[in-house]
Design a protein around this ligand. Sequence first.
Ligand code: ATP
Length: 290
Amino acid sequence: MSDMRYREIAVSAIERQEQIGSGQFGAVYKGLWHTSGMESNPFKANKPLLVAIKTLHDSSTIELKLTFLQEAAIMGQFSHPNVLRLLGIVSLTEPFMIVTELMHIELLKFVVVLRKSTLQRSQMYSLYLKLSREIASGMTYLSSKNFIHRDLAARNVLLAKDLTCRISDFGLSRQLRDEGDYYTSKGGKIPLKWTAPEAIFYQRYSEKSDVWSFGMTLYEIWSLGEKPWPGYSNEDVLQAYANSDVMDRPTGCPEGIFSVMLECWQINAEIRPSFQEISSMLATSDESFC
Ligand code: ATP
Protein backbone atom coordinates (compact mmCIF):
# COMPACT_ATOMS: atom_id res chain seq x y z
CA MET A 1 0.00 0.00 0.00
CA SER A 2 1.42 3.38 -0.91
CA ASP A 3 1.39 6.75 0.81
CA MET A 4 1.63 5.52 4.39
CA ARG A 5 1.64 8.33 6.92
CA TYR A 6 2.16 6.36 10.11
CA ARG A 7 5.08 4.65 11.72
CA GLU A 8 6.07 1.60 13.72
CA ILE A 9 6.27 2.64 17.37
CA ALA A 10 8.61 0.93 19.85
CA VAL A 11 6.51 -0.65 22.58
CA SER A 12 8.84 0.95 25.17
CA ALA A 13 7.59 4.38 24.05
CA ILE A 14 3.98 3.50 24.87
CA GLU A 15 2.64 3.91 28.38
CA ARG A 16 -0.77 2.28 28.74
CA GLN A 17 -3.11 3.80 31.32
CA GLU A 18 -6.75 3.06 32.10
CA GLN A 19 -9.04 1.10 29.80
CA ILE A 20 -11.55 3.33 28.00
CA GLY A 21 -13.33 0.89 25.77
CA SER A 22 -13.48 -2.57 24.44
CA GLY A 23 -13.73 -3.71 20.84
CA GLN A 24 -14.33 -7.08 19.28
CA PHE A 25 -10.68 -8.08 19.43
CA GLY A 26 -9.32 -6.37 22.46
CA ALA A 27 -9.35 -3.53 24.91
CA VAL A 28 -8.81 0.15 24.11
CA TYR A 29 -6.71 2.17 26.56
CA LYS A 30 -5.92 5.78 27.16
CA GLY A 31 -2.16 6.32 27.37
CA LEU A 32 0.93 8.26 26.53
CA TRP A 33 3.28 8.06 23.62
CA HIS A 34 6.73 9.20 24.71
CA THR A 35 8.00 10.75 21.50
CA SER A 36 11.07 12.55 22.88
CA GLY A 37 13.52 9.73 22.20
CA MET A 38 12.48 9.40 18.54
CA GLU A 39 15.17 9.92 15.92
CA SER A 40 13.03 12.21 13.78
CA ASN A 41 10.38 13.58 16.08
CA PRO A 42 7.58 15.03 13.95
CA PHE A 43 5.89 16.49 17.02
CA LYS A 44 7.07 19.94 18.06
CA ALA A 45 6.47 19.52 21.79
CA ASN A 46 8.73 17.20 23.68
CA LYS A 47 5.85 16.34 25.98
CA PRO A 48 4.36 12.85 25.66
CA LEU A 49 1.26 12.73 23.48
CA LEU A 50 -2.09 11.62 24.89
CA VAL A 51 -3.25 8.75 22.71
CA ALA A 52 -5.76 5.92 22.41
CA ILE A 53 -4.22 2.47 22.21
CA LYS A 54 -6.24 -0.29 20.64
CA THR A 55 -4.85 -3.73 21.46
CA LEU A 56 -5.33 -7.16 19.99
CA HIS A 57 -5.70 -10.19 22.30
CA ASP A 58 -2.51 -12.28 22.41
CA SER A 59 -4.56 -15.37 21.62
CA SER A 60 -5.81 -14.01 18.27
CA THR A 61 -5.43 -16.12 15.16
CA ILE A 62 -3.13 -15.14 12.31
CA GLU A 63 -6.19 -14.07 10.30
CA LEU A 64 -7.29 -11.70 13.06
CA LYS A 65 -3.78 -10.29 13.38
CA LEU A 66 -3.75 -9.55 9.67
CA THR A 67 -7.22 -7.98 9.81
CA PHE A 68 -6.08 -5.82 12.71
CA LEU A 69 -3.06 -4.54 10.82
CA GLN A 70 -5.18 -4.08 7.72
CA GLU A 71 -7.41 -1.67 9.59
CA ALA A 72 -4.30 0.34 10.46
CA ALA A 73 -3.14 0.25 6.83
CA ILE A 74 -6.52 1.59 5.72
CA MET A 75 -6.58 4.36 8.33
CA GLY A 76 -2.98 5.25 7.59
CA GLN A 77 -3.87 6.38 4.10
CA PHE A 78 -6.27 9.04 5.33
CA SER A 79 -5.58 12.57 6.36
CA HIS A 80 -8.64 14.71 7.02
CA PRO A 81 -9.91 16.72 10.01
CA ASN A 82 -13.07 14.62 10.20
CA VAL A 83 -11.45 11.20 9.97
CA LEU A 84 -9.79 9.58 12.99
CA ARG A 85 -6.05 9.93 12.66
CA LEU A 86 -3.73 6.97 13.00
CA LEU A 87 -0.44 7.85 14.67
CA GLY A 88 1.33 4.54 14.49
CA ILE A 89 1.29 0.84 15.20
CA VAL A 90 3.14 -1.65 17.34
CA SER A 91 3.50 -4.76 15.21
CA LEU A 92 6.99 -6.04 16.04
CA THR A 93 6.01 -7.16 19.53
CA GLU A 94 2.79 -8.60 20.91
CA PRO A 95 0.18 -7.55 21.73
CA PHE A 96 -0.16 -5.61 18.49
CA MET A 97 -1.39 -2.06 19.02
CA ILE A 98 -3.04 0.62 16.93
CA VAL A 99 -2.23 4.08 18.28
CA THR A 100 -4.57 6.92 17.36
CA GLU A 101 -5.32 10.39 18.63
CA LEU A 102 -7.37 10.27 21.84
CA MET A 103 -11.01 11.18 21.44
CA HIS A 104 -13.35 12.51 24.08
CA ILE A 105 -16.73 10.77 23.56
CA GLU A 106 -18.72 8.75 21.03
CA LEU A 107 -21.20 10.86 19.04
CA LEU A 108 -24.08 8.57 20.05
CA LYS A 109 -23.35 9.05 23.75
CA PHE A 110 -22.87 12.78 23.21
CA VAL A 111 -26.27 13.32 21.60
CA VAL A 112 -27.93 11.29 24.36
CA VAL A 113 -26.24 13.56 26.93
CA LEU A 114 -27.55 16.57 24.97
CA ARG A 115 -31.13 15.52 25.84
CA LYS A 116 -30.52 17.09 29.23
CA SER A 117 -28.90 20.21 27.82
CA THR A 118 -30.24 23.64 28.69
CA LEU A 119 -28.94 25.19 25.46
CA GLN A 120 -31.47 27.21 23.48
CA ARG A 121 -33.13 25.50 20.54
CA SER A 122 -31.24 27.60 17.98
CA GLN A 123 -27.91 26.80 19.66
CA MET A 124 -28.75 23.09 19.70
CA TYR A 125 -29.67 23.16 16.01
CA SER A 126 -26.44 24.93 15.12
CA LEU A 127 -24.53 22.24 16.99
CA TYR A 128 -26.39 19.36 15.28
CA LEU A 129 -25.86 21.04 11.93
CA LYS A 130 -22.13 21.42 12.60
CA LEU A 131 -21.88 17.71 13.52
CA SER A 132 -23.88 16.71 10.42
CA ARG A 133 -21.70 18.84 8.14
CA GLU A 134 -18.50 17.45 9.59
CA ILE A 135 -19.56 13.85 9.05
CA ALA A 136 -20.59 14.73 5.48
CA SER A 137 -17.21 16.36 4.97
CA GLY A 138 -15.32 13.31 6.30
CA MET A 139 -17.42 11.02 4.11
CA THR A 140 -16.88 13.23 1.05
CA TYR A 141 -13.15 12.80 1.65
CA LEU A 142 -13.38 9.03 2.21
CA SER A 143 -15.48 8.52 -0.91
CA SER A 144 -12.99 10.62 -2.91
CA LYS A 145 -10.46 7.96 -1.84
CA ASN A 146 -12.86 5.27 -3.06
CA PHE A 147 -13.28 4.01 0.47
CA ILE A 148 -16.64 2.49 1.36
CA HIS A 149 -17.17 2.52 5.09
CA ARG A 150 -20.11 0.08 5.34
CA ASP A 151 -20.71 0.82 9.02
CA LEU A 152 -21.37 4.53 9.26
CA ALA A 153 -23.45 5.16 12.39
CA ALA A 154 -23.36 7.53 15.35
CA ARG A 155 -21.60 4.84 17.43
CA ASN A 156 -18.69 4.93 14.96
CA VAL A 157 -18.16 8.68 15.00
CA LEU A 158 -15.96 9.97 17.83
CA LEU A 159 -15.76 13.54 19.08
CA ALA A 160 -12.53 15.31 19.96
CA LYS A 161 -12.43 17.55 23.04
CA ASP A 162 -13.27 20.57 20.87
CA LEU A 163 -16.34 18.62 19.60
CA THR A 164 -14.95 18.02 16.12
CA CYS A 165 -16.31 14.79 14.61
CA ARG A 166 -13.93 12.09 13.47
CA ILE A 167 -15.22 9.10 11.55
CA SER A 168 -13.75 5.88 12.93
CA ASP A 169 -13.99 2.09 12.75
CA PHE A 170 -12.40 1.05 9.50
CA GLY A 171 -13.51 -2.48 9.22
CA LEU A 172 -11.88 -4.41 11.95
CA SER A 173 -14.68 -6.77 12.74
CA ARG A 174 -17.44 -5.95 10.33
CA GLN A 175 -18.08 -9.51 9.27
CA LEU A 176 -17.61 -11.11 12.64
CA ARG A 177 -20.08 -9.53 14.98
CA ASP A 178 -23.15 -11.45 15.91
CA GLU A 179 -25.09 -9.42 18.39
CA GLY A 180 -26.68 -6.11 19.21
CA ASP A 181 -27.12 -3.92 16.16
CA TYR A 182 -25.57 -6.52 13.84
CA TYR A 183 -27.54 -9.07 11.88
CA THR A 184 -26.58 -12.11 9.87
CA SER A 185 -27.20 -11.97 6.13
CA LYS A 186 -25.71 -13.92 3.26
CA GLY A 187 -22.90 -11.38 3.23
CA GLY A 188 -22.01 -11.71 6.93
CA LYS A 189 -23.02 -9.71 9.97
CA ILE A 190 -24.42 -6.33 9.11
CA PRO A 191 -25.86 -3.38 11.05
CA LEU A 192 -29.28 -3.95 9.47
CA LYS A 193 -31.07 -0.79 10.57
CA TRP A 194 -28.33 1.39 9.08
CA THR A 195 -27.78 -0.61 5.89
CA ALA A 196 -29.14 0.18 2.43
CA PRO A 197 -31.55 -2.40 0.92
CA GLU A 198 -29.27 -3.23 -2.04
CA ALA A 199 -26.43 -3.96 0.41
CA ILE A 200 -28.65 -6.19 2.55
CA PHE A 201 -30.22 -8.12 -0.32
CA TYR A 202 -27.45 -8.17 -2.94
CA GLN A 203 -24.31 -7.20 -0.96
CA ARG A 204 -24.06 -4.19 -3.28
CA TYR A 205 -21.96 -1.67 -1.36
CA SER A 206 -21.02 1.71 -2.80
CA GLU A 207 -20.72 5.36 -1.87
CA LYS A 208 -24.52 5.38 -2.21
CA SER A 209 -24.99 2.63 0.40
CA ASP A 210 -22.85 4.74 2.74
CA VAL A 211 -25.15 7.68 1.85
CA TRP A 212 -28.12 5.63 3.09
CA SER A 213 -26.27 5.02 6.39
CA PHE A 214 -25.44 8.72 6.55
CA GLY A 215 -29.20 9.39 6.47
CA MET A 216 -29.55 7.04 9.45
CA THR A 217 -26.74 8.84 11.25
CA LEU A 218 -28.51 12.16 10.63
CA TYR A 219 -31.61 10.55 12.11
CA GLU A 220 -29.64 9.54 15.22
CA ILE A 221 -28.28 13.08 15.64
CA TRP A 222 -31.57 14.90 15.11
CA SER A 223 -33.54 12.47 17.30
CA LEU A 224 -30.88 12.78 20.03
CA GLY A 225 -29.73 9.21 19.87
CA GLU A 226 -32.85 7.30 18.95
CA LYS A 227 -32.05 4.04 17.17
CA PRO A 228 -33.33 3.97 13.55
CA TRP A 229 -36.65 2.20 12.99
CA PRO A 230 -37.81 2.54 16.61
CA GLY A 231 -40.04 -0.34 17.64
CA TYR A 232 -39.32 -2.34 14.45
CA SER A 233 -37.88 -5.86 14.52
CA ASN A 234 -35.30 -6.74 11.85
CA GLU A 235 -38.05 -8.55 9.91
CA ASP A 236 -40.28 -5.45 10.16
CA VAL A 237 -37.46 -3.37 8.68
CA LEU A 238 -37.04 -5.75 5.75
CA GLN A 239 -40.80 -5.55 5.16
CA ALA A 240 -40.63 -1.74 5.36
CA TYR A 241 -37.95 -1.75 2.65
CA ALA A 242 -40.10 -4.01 0.49
CA ASN A 243 -42.96 -1.49 0.89
CA SER A 244 -40.63 1.51 0.30
CA ASP A 245 -41.67 2.84 3.72
CA VAL A 246 -39.48 5.43 5.40
CA MET A 247 -39.22 6.60 8.98
CA ASP A 248 -41.16 9.55 10.31
CA ARG A 249 -39.48 12.89 10.86
CA PRO A 250 -37.92 12.97 14.35
CA THR A 251 -39.76 15.34 16.67
CA GLY A 252 -38.39 18.85 16.28
CA CYS A 253 -36.24 17.99 13.26
CA PRO A 254 -36.44 20.80 10.68
CA GLU A 255 -38.12 19.92 7.35
CA GLY A 256 -34.93 20.88 5.48
CA ILE A 257 -32.86 18.31 7.36
CA PHE A 258 -35.56 15.66 7.05
CA SER A 259 -35.63 16.22 3.30
CA VAL A 260 -31.89 15.44 3.21
CA MET A 261 -32.60 12.19 5.10
CA LEU A 262 -35.33 11.30 2.58
CA GLU A 263 -32.91 11.91 -0.30
CA CYS A 264 -30.46 9.51 1.36
CA TRP A 265 -33.17 6.84 1.76
CA GLN A 266 -34.27 6.60 -1.84
CA ILE A 267 -34.62 2.95 -2.76
CA ASN A 268 -32.88 3.56 -6.09
CA ALA A 269 -29.24 4.03 -5.06
CA GLU A 270 -28.38 5.80 -8.31
CA ILE A 271 -30.57 8.78 -7.55
CA ARG A 272 -29.36 9.25 -4.00
CA PRO A 273 -27.12 12.30 -3.76
CA SER A 274 -23.33 11.90 -3.49
CA PHE A 275 -21.57 13.02 -0.32
CA GLN A 276 -20.31 16.06 -2.22
CA GLU A 277 -23.92 16.97 -3.01
CA ILE A 278 -25.01 16.33 0.56
CA SER A 279 -22.22 18.61 1.80
CA SER A 280 -23.54 21.34 -0.50
CA MET A 281 -27.11 20.80 0.74
CA LEU A 282 -25.97 21.08 4.35
CA ALA A 283 -23.83 24.13 3.61
CA THR A 284 -26.97 26.24 3.17
CA SER A 285 -27.23 28.81 5.93
CA ASP A 286 -28.36 27.66 9.36
CA GLU A 287 -31.46 29.86 9.24
CA SER A 288 -32.97 27.92 6.37
CA PHE A 289 -32.88 24.75 8.47
CA CYS A 290 -33.62 25.98 11.93
P1 ATP B 1 -14.40 -2.72 16.06
O1 ATP B 1 -14.17 -3.78 17.10
O2 ATP B 1 -15.29 -3.14 14.94
O3 ATP B 1 -13.18 -2.02 15.58
P2 ATP B 1 -15.63 -1.16 18.09
O4 ATP B 1 -16.17 0.24 17.96
O5 ATP B 1 -16.43 -2.20 18.75
O6 ATP B 1 -15.23 -1.57 16.67
P3 ATP B 1 -13.08 -0.23 18.91
O7 ATP B 1 -12.88 0.58 17.68
O8 ATP B 1 -11.99 -1.17 19.32
O9 ATP B 1 -14.30 -1.15 18.87
O10 ATP B 1 -13.44 0.77 20.07
C1 ATP B 1 -14.05 0.35 21.27
C2 ATP B 1 -14.42 1.58 22.06
O11 ATP B 1 -13.22 2.24 22.48
C3 ATP B 1 -15.16 2.63 21.23
O12 ATP B 1 -16.51 2.39 21.25
C4 ATP B 1 -14.78 3.92 21.91
O13 ATP B 1 -15.61 4.16 23.01
C5 ATP B 1 -13.37 3.63 22.42
N1 ATP B 1 -12.38 4.21 21.49
C6 ATP B 1 -11.91 3.67 20.33
N2 ATP B 1 -11.02 4.48 19.75
C7 ATP B 1 -10.92 5.57 20.55
C8 ATP B 1 -10.17 6.79 20.49
N3 ATP B 1 -9.34 7.05 19.48
N4 ATP B 1 -10.32 7.68 21.49
C9 ATP B 1 -11.18 7.42 22.51
N5 ATP B 1 -11.91 6.31 22.63
C10 ATP B 1 -11.78 5.38 21.68
